[in-house]
Ligand binder design. Structure first.
Ligand code: NAD
Ligand code: MG
Length: 298
């Protein structure tokens, strides 16, 4: 397991993809069924009290980037409400255990983010069961590749926008009412916002929308003392990619085109969210932090 605290060459800190990466599961996919298993930081992440006493909502907290963030937030001292889909209970149980082992409260709340009522209930549950909300980390997302626009259904286009964009609108709207000065919102874009793949028309469009949504909202809520920022990952080894996110044959070279020529791991994304959630980033709002293996962005 790689140690994030030891100085080393980032290009060789984690392995390159291999033919073993060519695997497929039905969406949304389970991390417990992946091989090799993504690094969620559970073995290595050391907290240093940067989020002591905070109350955080993390969507997509069962697996991939959201899982690594939930673990890191808990080790930094935050109580965490975990949102995920009912099919992902097996992954979510592991994260609940890790949050509790960090000595923090975990509230598990499965549901469908395409449903406005569920989004409102999530925030209400944080207020009731955690006693408020200081951090909203919107990490859930849907990505299903379709090579030809002729085959991209209205149902999929709608589902991608509901999951990736509408849920942000609903969750932010509900959360901001309860947020005190110092609270932070962190949304999740992608390298796809800048260099969209032809097979990810709907997904890439939502990721650009997330950047713009965040830059607009950041200005609107600055006067309330709330900051809004974005993390834009590059290729990261998660269930999203092995459950319809990429053609299976592309996975053997996953991440190979980045300057670091390897996929990223969820454990490498979590510190970016911790930084943007903590008071250390106090003068940063409306920003997108790219964590993509060195690919240039605008
Ligand atoms: P992941 O599959 O582990 O996480 C995505 C999560 O989204 C799922 O676990 C699921 O809980 C949640 N989700 C999806 N649809 C939902 C719905 N309708 N209702 C409730 N929850 C729903 O994959 P990940 O790669 O960690 O994805 C996290 C975020 O990172 C996503 O926003 C994704 O777009 C973004 N991202 C990922 C990569 C990558 O290469 N993995 C690159 C750029 C951006
Ligand atoms: Mg999942």
């Amino acid at each position: 397991m790689s140690d994030q605290y030891k100085i080393q060459d980032p290009a060789t800190q984690y392995p390159k993809a291999t033919p073993e990466y060519q695997q497929q599961q039905p969406a949304p996919g389970l991390e417990t069924a992946m091989h090799p298993k993504p690094d969620d930081g559970a073995e290595t992440y050391r907290g240093s009290g940067r989020l002591t006493g905070r109350k955080a909502v993390v969507t997509g907290a069962d697996s991939g980037i959201g899982r690594a963030v939930a673990i890191a937030f808990a080790r930094e001292g935050a109580d965490v409400l975990l949102a995920y889909m009912p099919e992902e209970e097996a992954d979510a149980r592991e994260v609940v255990k890790l949050v509790e082992e960090a000595g923090r409260k975990a509230v598990a709340m499965p549901g469908d983010l395409k449903d406005e009522q569920y989004c409102e209930q999530l925030i209400a549950a944080a207020v009731e069961q955690l006693g408020g909300i200081d951090i909203l980390a919107n990490i859930a997302g849907m990505q299903q590749f379709v090579p030809d626009i002729a085959d991209l259904t209205t149902e999929q286009f709608d589902a991608t926008f509901k999951t990736n964009v509408y849920s942000l609108f609903w969750l932010c709207k509900a959360a901001i009412k309860h947020m005190k000065p110092g609270s932070t919102i962190i949304n999740t874009s992608s390298i796809q916002a800048y260099t969209p793949a032809p097979i990810l028309l709907d997904y890439a469009t939502t990721k650009a929308a997330i950047n713009t949504f965040s830059k607009s909202l950041a200005q609107q809520v600055a006067e309330k003392g709330i900051r809004v920022n974005v993390v834009a990952p590059g290729p990261v080894w998660t269930p999203l990619q092995v459950s319809g996110g990429q053609p299976v044959e592309a996975l053997k070279d996953f991440g190979a085109k980045t300057p670091l020529s390897r996929p990223g791991q969820p454990a490498e994304m979590a510190p970016a969210y911790v930084f943007l959630a903590s008071q250390e980033s106090s003068y940063i709002s409306g920003e997108t932090l790219n964590a993509n293996g060195g690919m240039p962005t605008p």
